[in-house]
Design a protein around this ligand. Structure first.
Ligand SMILES: Nc1ncnc2c1ncn2[C@@H]1O[C@H](COP(=O)(O)OP(=O)(O)OP(=O)(O)O)[C@@H](O)[C@H]1O
Length: 220
């Protein structure tokens, strides 16, 4: 199955052309890394996939359905770039952030609270962040916050995971452990699309490499 199918997409901001006639497919089980220089259109590309932006030309399918109809029933996890507030007093705890990663409605969470607590702790411990459950998110370092955001994206058991530069603020040990988690999840069937600036060396599990350049996204 094609998890993502991009047909003839073009996009420009007012007078800034960004992408031109892009055609790409991501198959189930692929692990794709997208690189490219600053301003080459990587974040714009992800925003198009998430319908934060609408292309002037072309169409996008996910899970074999056109995303113009919404994402209902599609299990997609997303880790945005620099997603957490820099405000140390940001009031949410790690646990509260994790709860927003679960798909089920709030009334169910009340009834099955213990079950969800277990899922949250499992996802946090995969990222070695379980001991921070009750910490305020704003009190964690940038790298620790990113690890929580990855755990949050994984707790709902997505089938497609999209990450925008998740290693920002992480040290090399954290990057290594993130890569190991992603590789393990990918081996169990998770499809991954990740934008990365840094070295590609730790991403030993990736099977496809794309590069954004001059309005195109080229497979390398
Ligand atoms: N909201 C916007 N309005 C106008 N132009 C924009 C807007 N957002 C981005 N751009 C421009 O579009 C181009 C692509 O930007 P984009 O953020 O997608 O690149 P990127 O590859 O993600 O960059 P980086 O590596 O710096 O994150 C750049 O020339 C940028 O200046």
């Amino acid at each position: 199955m094609n998890m993502v199918e991009i047909n003839d997409i073009s996009f420009h901001y007012a007078d800034v052309p960004v992408l031109e006639d892009v055609n790409l497919k991501i198959r189930q089980g692929d692990y794709v890394i997208l690189t490219g220089e600053n301003g080459s259109g990587k974040s714009t590309f992800l925003k198009l996939l998430l319908r934060e932006l609408i292309p002037q030309q072309g169409s996008i399918k996910m899970f074999e359905k056109d995303i113009s109809g919404g994402f209902k029933g599609m299990k997609i996890g997303y880790v945005p770039q620099n997603s957490i507030s820099k405000n140390q007093n940001f009031p949410a705890t790690v646990e509260e952030i994790m709860r927003t990663g679960l798909y089920e409605p709030i009334w169910k969470r009340g009834i099955f609270g213990k079950k969800y607590q277990k899922k949250i702790l499992e996802a946090l411990s995969e990222m070695e962040m379980d001991s921070f459950l009750t910490s305020r998110i704003g009190e964690l370092s940038g790298g620790q916050q990113q690890r929580v955001m990855l755990a949050r994206a994984l707790v709902g058991k997505p089938e497609l995971l999209i990450l925008d530069e998740p290693t920002t603020g992480m040290d090399s040990v954290s990057i290594q452990s993130l890569c190991e988690v992603l590789q393990k999840r990918n081996e169990k069937g998770l499809t991954i699309l990740m934008v990365s600036h840094g070295s590609l060396k730790p991403y030993t599990g990736a099977n496809r490499f794309w590069n954004a350049q001059e309005g195109r996204i080229i497979e390398e």
